[in-house]
Ligand binder design. Structure first.
Ligand SMILES: [Zn+2]
Length: 212
């Protein structure tokens, strides 16, 4: 992702991602100019780049005042570069989920003409995307590649049949999403069901396999 300006911001990001910011951890490791690496401000944790930019008192105050706190809370915490790349990727996931929700709500409105809160639907799909990603990181140590069925890999079912795509996730809640499409690729139905806890990973995975 190209970041055009300002140059100082670009330079900061390059140094932060490369581990070149002058925090105690780096000064201790490379130059031995400090004898310990506890944070100069809060003293409670090691003065690392991710601590200085996300977790220390000042950083926390800034992030808490932003609209990204929920996203930051589930982001990887091992290094600045890992977290930053995750944030960039999730920006794309958010927008993809909003576009997907817009498409879903449009079709639901056309075919069912139900009154429903489109913003609530969109929010739940963005939440699902984040929780799905957080689950993937936690359990299989990689980020989920897409939100729901991938448009690039989806193909129409044979004539006279429908195709059911589904996905499941475990986060604070357990959720299942199902999309049914016709032989012409038209959306026939879609649903999300969420429940609090109670399902283990294997049960959810098995259901996913059974429905695929
Ligand atoms: Zn601190």
């Amino acid at each position: 992702m190209a970041l055009q300006r300002p140059p100082k911001l670009k330079h900061f990001l390059w140094r932060a991602c490369k581990g070149f910011l002058a925090v105690k951890e780096r000064r201790l490791f490379y130059r031995h100019v400090v004898s310990e690496k506890s944070c100069s401000i809060c003293s409670s944790l090691d003065e690392t780049i991710i601590h200085s930019t996300f977790k220390c008192a000042t950083a926390k105050e800034i992030w808490a005042a932003s609209s990204f706190m929920a996203q930051i809370n589930v982001a990887p915490a091992r290094s600045f570069v890992e977290r930053f790349m995750w944030i960039l990727k999730n920006e794309l996931v958010t927008k993809a989920a909003l576009a997907w929700a817009s498409w879903y709500c449009r079709n639901k409105h056309i075919f069912e003409q139900d009154g429903f809160n489109v913003v609530e639907v969109a929010k739940s799909w963005v939440d699902l995307a984040y929780e799905s990603n957080a689950y993937a990181i936690k359990v299989i140590n990689r980020t989920a590649p897409t939100v729901g069925p991938s448009p690039s890999s989806w193909s129409c079912p044979s004539a006279g049949t429908v195709k059911v795509n589904c996905d499941a996730y475990l986060g604070a809640k357990t959720g299942l999403g199902v999309v049914i499409k016709s032989e012409h690729g038209h959306l026939l139905g879609a649903a999300i069901r969420e429940e609090y806890g109670g399902w283990n990973v294997e049960a959810t995975r098995q259901l996913h396999v059974d429905l695929d």
